[in-house]
Design a protein around this ligand. Structure first.
Ligand SMILES: Cc1cc2nc3c(=O)[nH]c(=O)nc-3n(C[C@H](O)[C@H](O)[C@H](O)COP(=O)(O)O)c2cc1C
Length: 332
């Protein structure tokens, strides 16, 4: 059985959900176009929204688009449709990173074990201190299985691993803070005074750790953060997300895995923030690999725990990211 073409409001619904995904500096580097038959969506990377000094290969950009793609899949399921995804379908068109065909009804209402749709609007980066409470093994087991299902390995680190990753992140954060070009680039994504549809508003910036255990990213460079320092959890719970390869398709998989883990964590009341600094320098990124886990490429470092949810950050309006040029709706 083939579903009806997607109606205009359904196209907007899908794109609004996709656009709520996390992205490096809230750059939102994505665009969407409906298929001519209105039975699916083209997903594009928007290279005009790249962060080129911090992310010269576009790796984090594609991780971000992967997260948006995962949200699109969840929203498609919410419409009762089975999302059929093809990554990088056309070698001649590298910006087209995926197609999502939504032509068939979903055979199962809960392919991810639970409905993750509500979590899309509840998920935010939480840069506040967490309480000293472990994520239970039953929950971390679910997160690990979810990542694996998306083709990535989520490793929750033991104490020695946490200390290794913290040291690398401190090192990377220090280097980033003295790299004037990177600091300047990051500042272009800060929206401290005027509200905007992208970038990071002051309300979303967290404090620095009073005891300097947890190297939260200082988005403002050397100038003091807008909030005073606070005491963070004594030993943060950190996880690395690793893929076997390190090509565009691996980055897109990593992004989907990150978002699936993040939405599932949100549904369990677990907060997440990204500690990406060490992934942004080749040598510290290399050091993030767990020598006992064998080869693999670390794509993300996540900090998990219990604490405040973090504020919602702005998103670009659907009309700016949904390209309807030449599209005539076949719905109805
Ligand atoms: C690839 C990637 C790297 C990120 N790196 C960091 C980071 O180093 N520090 C941080 O606090 N947030 C980081 N973030 C989170 C983004 O800043 C955040 O997703 C964005 O500002 C939107 O906010 P939201 O997650 O609350 O929706 C990263 C997100 C992605 C996808």
């Amino acid at each position: 059985m083939t579903e009806q073409p997607l109606a205009p409001e359904q196209l907007r619904f899908l794109v609004a959900a996709a656009g709520a995904a996390p992205s490096l500096h809230n750059s939102q580097p994505w665009r969407f176009r409906p298929m001519p038959d209105s039975l699916g969506m083209y997903v594009y990377a928007d290279l005009d929204r790249a962060v080129p000094i911090t992310d010269p290969d576009g790796r984090a950009l594609h991780v971000s688009v992967g997260a948006a793609l995962f949200n699109l899949r969840v929203a498609g399921l919410r419409l009762g449709r089975d999302p059929e995804v093809r990554l990088l379908p056309d070698g001649a068109e590298p910006h087209l990173v995926a197609t999502v065909r939504l032509a068939r009804p979903s055979p199962t209402p809960l392919p991810f074990g639970r409905d993750l749709f509500k979590a899309i609007g509840q998920r935010h980066s939480s840069r506040q201190p967490f309480v000293n409470r472990d994520v239970p093994e039953v929950v971390s087991g679910e997160l690990i299985a979810a990542a694996l299902d998306e083709g990535a390995v989520l490793s929750l680190l033991e104490e020695a691993g946490v200390r290794r990753v913290l040291a690398l992140t401190h090192d990377a954060e220090r280097r980033t803070g003295t790299d004037l070009a990177r600091v300047a680039e990051t500042r272009t994504w800060l929206r401290l005074e005027k509200p905007a549809a992208d970038g990071i508003p002051a309300a979303a910036l967290g404090p620095q750790d009073h005891d300097a255990h947890v190297p939260m990213r200082s988005f403002t460079g050397r100038t003091p953060s807008t909030t005073a320092s606070q005491r963070f959890e004594a030993l943060p719970q950190l996880a690395t997300l690793t893929t076997h390869g390190d090509r565009t398709s691996d980055w897109l998989r990593a992004g989907q895995a990150m978002e699936r883990v993040w939405l599932l964590a949100t549904a369990h009341g677990v907060r997440i923030s990204v500690l990406h600094q060490a992934v942004e320098w080749p040598d510290t990124r290399w050091g993030l690999r767990d020598p006992d886990e064998g080869p693999g490429h670390v794509q993300l470092v996540l900090r998990l725990g219990y604490g405040p949810p973090g504020p919602a950050t702005p998103r670009r309006p659907v009309d700016e990211i949904l390209d309807l040029t030449g599209h005539t709706s076949t719905a109805g």
